[in-house]
Design a protein around this ligand. Structure first.
Ligand code: ADP
Ligand code: MG
Length: 699
């Protein structure tokens, strides 16, 4: 067996279990090595049976005696087994559900294992109820003689992250096999990194073993920090190299601020740029006029006015004859940008096209759009993921803008970059990047923050209320000429979860609370054209109320909407709630957000409290990071960005700083990692990150 051996060839793992493991990203023996425990169970301390009652959980060892089976209650049966040692006897108890007519012996495997006269290690909860004292069994291991060494007792043992359909026993045994056979083969890079503070230097393979089977809990933490150091070192090296890759390459395009488009555009706007917008535009223009490609992230809370900033960059490119691409995560948002751009650029003679799967569907239209992109006639190309398709070819693409960048996968971003040789890149996000992530993942991008909202904005008032209060307030706003969003988490009624589905709810609401108003419905299963049609109608005030699933989450701009009711608010994550709420409070009137739903569960309660307590996207993102962990927050888990196996973005900030500095130096000394001593690290970098990943940072 080696690190690349597929899990299904490991003893006890057939195709079915292999598939379950694969869902967790565990495909090879090597993957199992770094599938680290979520926590540990201390089974080092085995007590005598007379001491078992002294603590809630105990490990005991003794000789197996007789067993007794009986009915406990309706359908529930129990099996008591005697365990003897020098100090006496204790019962260990198993509970099982059983259909009394089925005839199946539910305890057969247990009875078989606990053979009379053999020796058993048992871990369980001590109980004193039903008139008897017993140990409620969590786990056990039966051996032939007291001299036999148990595999999972007499030591601290790992408890792995929950895995549906696979019990701890199976995972433990599988991981153990992989550890025994391949931990020694894991490439060791501990020697490449200088000593840092009190982080112990432990060889990579040894650190892995120690994380699964530490002798003490302190030892586990030592191993974790040691492995985290190695892990962040690999990541930071990849980022340092990619930075180098971008910065050394002079770009083909050159821009000059001519103002033939920029000035008329500015004059047409019915507002003045905020100070933060001006600063952002200046930084972007400076980047664009530099000889090296721009690699900048523009962060700004929802409603801070990122669109006109990006439009300024696009116009600078257009003034100089270059094409720009604006990629948005949804059709609705792309279409909205298209309409905004067309509107703002009216009379300026800049050809703008929309390339979404909807607009590319009809043959005639498709051919026209694609050829305009290819012959350079289209200066601004707005679209969705369809922009990265093979058939979309540009003549002289110079600027790539990626809006709501966290909604794109890493690979999608790469594919976009393929459309040009040395593109200037502007990524935009309203999901603020917490400091820890900014340092690691986005560390090599230049950052601009728009920390100011356009003047006259009134912060949204948010309250956690009952449904009827929410609707009563909504009606009041509608009567004042406002419009409202009502958001539901699901489209159709599902049997399992009793959620009020938007579709049935729409009918109900339009005949009750909102019978005097026009109610529109928007959901994810609609065709893009339909969605756009509904959004347009809402924007034109043909609807007063828009009932919708989370398809409106991103980027939609209807300033007259002043109310949002979020149903089942407890089911949404913090960043989704913040994005949703960002759809209101865009005009000059006070807006209201009503969160409706259960506040059961500590996390739900905490989220609701945060939402009613602050409007700041930055605070919310920090809280989100604390509550959910970084991978999920950035949407990177599903997009394949490597999560950290041992590293912790919050606990290990010192390690991150250190490895970053060291990796940068390494990248300067040996930019292609050609020196023989760096071969191992090069291997690790390229196996963790694709070749393209080395070219650029894409979070
Ligand atoms: P986001 O940063 O969330 O993408 P948008 O670019 O959609 O925000 O801007 C939100 C709204 O604010 C839009 O209606 C836009 O026209 C308006 N806006 C942008 N900048 C200003 C400004 N300086 N003054 C007034 N309104 C502005
Ligand atoms: Mg936006």
């Amino acid at each position: 067996m080696n690190l690349g051996t597929e899990v299904q060839y490991i003893k006890g793992i057939g195709p079915k279990r292999a598939q379950m493991l694969s869902k967790l990203g565990l495909k090879t023996a090597g993957d199992l090595l770094t599938f680290f425990p979520a926590h540990y169970q201390d089974r080092a301390n085995v007590v005598t049976t007379d001491q078992a009652y002294r603590q809630p959980q105990s490990c005991i060892f003794g000789r197996v005696g007789k067993s007794y089976e009986r009915k406990a209650s309706m359908g529930l049966f129990l099996l008591d087994i005697e365990i003897f040692d020098d100090t006496g006897m204790i019962y260990v108890r198993f509970f099982r559900k059983k259909n009394p007519y089925s005839g199946i012996d539910i305890f057969s495997s247990v009875k078989k294992a606990f053979e009379f006269g053999k020796y058993a290690y048992v871990y369980g909860d001590f109980k004193n109820e039903f008139g008897s004292k017993y140990l409620n069994v969590t786990d056990y291991e039966v051996v032939n003689s007291p001299q036999d060494t148990p595999a999972f007792f007499n030591k601290i043992i790992p408890v792995y992250p929950a895995t549906e359909g696979l019990n701890q026993k199976v995972i433990r045994e599988t991981v153990k096999t992989a550890l025994n056979e391949t931990a020694g083969l894991y490439p060791d890079i501990s020697g490449l990194i200088p000593q840092f503070g009190t982080v112990p230097k432990i060889k990579s393979g040894q650190a892995i073993l120690q994380m699964h089977y530490p002798q003490t809990l302190e030892q586990a933490e030592d191993a974790r920090r040691s492995f985290a150091l190695q892990e962040f070192f690999v990541l930071e090296t990849a980022l340092a190299l990619s930075r180098h890759g971008i910065k050394i390459k002079p770009k083909e395009q050159r821009y000059e601020i001519k103002r033939i488009l920029l000035t008329p555009f500015k004059n047409k706007l019915n507002f003045k740029f905020t100070g933060a917008q001006k600063k952002a535009i200046n930084e972007i223009f400076e980047d664009m006029r530099d000889v090296q490609p721009m690699n900048r992230m523009l962060m700004g809370d929802v409603g801070s006015g990122k669109t006109v900033v990006s439009l300024s960059a696009v116009l600078l490119a257009a003034e100089n004859g270059y094409q720009s691409m604006i990629a948005a995560p949804t059709e609705i948002l792309a279409e909205q940008h298209y309409l905004t751009f067309k509107n703002m650029l009216e009379g300026l003679g800049v050809n703008t096209v929309l390339a979404t799967s909807a607009s590319l569907r009809k043959k005639g239209e498709r051919e026209k759009i694609l050829s305009e992109i290819q012959n350079g006639g289209a200066k601004i190309v707005i679209g969705t993921h369809s922009l990265i398709e093979e058939r979309v070819k540009f003549q002289n693409l110079a600027l790539i803008v990626i809006d709501e960048q966290h909604r794109f996968g890493v690979m999608q971003k790469f594919a976009a970059l393929d459309k040009a040789n040395t593109p200037d890149i502007l990524m935009m996000t309203a999901t603020p990047i917490p400091r820890a992530l900014a340092m690691t993942v986005y560390g090599e991008m230049d950052m601009t923050v728009i920390d100011e909202l356009p003047p006259g904005r009134i912060p949204v008032k948010t309250a956690y209320v009952g449904e009827s209060a929410a609707y009563t307030h909504t009606i009041k706003e509608l009567k004042n000429g406002g419009q409202a969003y009502i958001v539901f988490p699901l489209i159709d009624k599902s049997d399992k979860v009793e959620l009020k589905a938007a579709t049935t709810e729409a009918e109900k609401l339009s005949s009750t609370y909102f019978k005097n108003f026009k109610v529109g419905l928007l959901h994810g299963r609609m065709k893009p054209d339909e969605k756009n049609e509904i959004m347009k109608k809402f924007k034109n005030k043909e609807y007063d109320v828009l009932l919708s699933t989370t398809v409106i989450e991103v980027g939609i701009d209807v300033p007259n909407a002043t109310v949002m009711v979020i149903q089942h608010a407890d089911r949404f994550g913090l960043s989704a709630l913040h994005q949703l709420r960002g759809r209101i409070g865009r005009g000059k009137k006070q807006s209201y957000c009503y969160l409706v739903g259960s506040s059961k569960g500590e996390n739900a309660r905490r989220r609701l409290k945060i939402m009613t307590g602050t409007n700041s996207g930055f605070e919310i993102a920090e809280e989100d990071l604390k509550m959910r962990g970084p991978g999920e927050l950035m949407g990177t888990v599903q997009h394949g960005f490597p999560e950290f196996k041992a590293g912790d973005l919050i606990k290990d900030a010192d390690i991150i700083d250190f490895t970053k500095a060291f990796a940068r130096k390494l990248g300067e000394d040996d930019p292609n990692l050609e020196k023989p001593e760096n071969r191992v690290i090069r291997q690790l970098v390229s196996s963790r990150f694709s070749d393209k990943a080395k070219l650029i940072n894409v979070g």
